[in-house]
Design a protein around this ligand. Structure first.
Ligand code: PMV
Length: 394
């Protein structure tokens, strides 16, 4: 029986949350915790589309449904499959669980249906794809239903070679699709930070500007109600000195929707426009943090995190529960701050003493996750008897 498993990590934000909404850079890192998605063909006669053993309900799984619309259309003859989702990223806690799910599911679906190519010299080069989604293909707007399957530059007449399995998965395509389906599931609003970090792993820098001295990945655009937004994504490479470094994430358990927190900052700036300087200061701190990451100076990375926290506190997006976990982590860590939107949710500490830091956070009432620093992005972990759907030549 055909079976494919792909997995992707969660993420946390090291620098720049909130300021990124105003064009400053933000840095996210992939964490050790992952979500894995397994697809299997259904036995003939079984109910098509099952998820975790249950009948598939699109309202409960908007990300998977949106991917299904793009990669596995029943109207085009796609067969039923069963999906199994496993993982250790807590949901709805700002740690990228839905992006990780979307990245892993899009990779698994792509491996399972294969891809048509115009040539097979370099399967990762979108210029050779006869179908699919890639940031290098111009005029591609994955957010509109009209452009579901083929971009304007791709044509069915050029379908020459069909390849399926592991090697057809593309980080670019998975990040692009995950961003698109996050936008669908979040009423049209989503930054590509989660999707790209969960796909590429490591350290991802997102900015309104092209940043120097880091690896440029691609540019993403998304039309939102209030206009089009553009983001440039980059990968930050670090020297190989992270063996004894850990992130300890402390969850306050306090629920605070991102949209409320973003609105709170917007109101504070509207009331006092000069407060934009605080946002700019976060940008300066983030750039200093990025430099320190590249140099492998983790003491300086930690200091920048703690300075970033002071600014976030000033902006009013921290809360007593977060402050208490950050205080508890301070004596054993290089730096600590809230991660994500704040007002609740999670904090993160950078530490060489993960056990002590974790214990201190737990004593202060947080639930912790320990992650090493520097983690892999998307991986296809298992792939047998592909394809599950051979799309054929029309
Ligand atoms: O909680 P998260 O991981 O979704 O992060 C929110 C980050 C903000 O900067 C507060 C909002 C945004 O859209 O970038």
């Amino acid at each position: 029986m055909g079976r494919v498993t792909a997995s992707a990590p969660g993420k946390c934000i090291l620098f720049g949350e909130h300021a990124v909404v105003y064009g400053e850079p933000a840095v996210a890192v992939a964490i050790e915790q992952r979500i894995s998605v397994t697809l299997e063909s259904v036995q003939t006669g079984e109910t098509p589309w099952k998820i975790d053993g249950m009948h598939f309900d699109s309202r409960k799984h908007p990300h998977v449904q949106a991917l299904r619309n793009r990669l596995w259309q029943t109207s085009q003859g796609a067969p039923g499959i069963t999906i199994q989702v496993n993982g250790d990223i807590p949901p709805a806690s700002g740690l990228g669980s839905s992006a990780a799910l979307s990245v892993a599911a899009s990779a698994a679906l792509r491996c399972a249906r294969g891809r048509w190519y115009t040539s097979v010299d370099d399967l990762q080069n979108p210029a050779t794809w006869a179908e699919g989604y890639a940031s290098s293909i111009e005029n591609l707007d994955v957010y509109t239903p009209e452009n579901r399957e083929l971009s304007s530059q791709q044509s069915k007449s050029s379908m020459e070679h069909y390849v399926h399995g592991k090697e057809v998965a593309s980080l670019d395509e998975c990040a692009l699709l995950a961003h698109a389906v996050e936008a669908v599931a979040q009423a049209g609003r989503a930054s590509p930070m989660d999707a790209s970090t969960c796909a590429h792993g490591g350290v991802v820098l997102l900015s309104d500007a092209m940043e120097k001295d880091v690896e440029y990945l691609y540019t993403r655009r998304l039309k939102m109600e209030d206009g089009e937004r553009t983001w440039h994504l980059h990968s930050v490479h670090m020297p190989n000195t992270t063996e004894d470094l850990y992130l300890v994430i402390g969850n306050t358990g306090v629920y605070a929707p991102t949209s409320n927190q973003v609105a709170k900052v917007a109101a504070a700036i509207a009331a006092k426009p000069e407060r934009i300087r605080e946002i700019q200061t976060i940008g300066v701190i983030a750039r200093r943090g990025i430099q320190a990451l590249k140099e492998g100076d983790f003491e300086a990375v930690g200091r920048a995190m703690s300075e970033n926290q002071i600014m976030l506190q000033g902006l009013g997006v921290s809360c007593p529960e977060l402050e208490s976990l950050i205080r508890a982590a301070a004596p054993t860590s290089l730096g600590a701050k809230l991660t994500g939107a704040g007002g609740g949710g999670c904090m993160v500490a950078l530490t060489r003493h993960p056990k002590q830091t974790s214990e201190a956070i737990e004593l202060a009432g947080g639930r912790t996750l320990i992650s090493k620093f520097g983690n892999a992005g998307l991986t296809v972990d298992e792939c047998e008897n592909m394809p599950l759907w051979s799309t054929g030549r029309e």
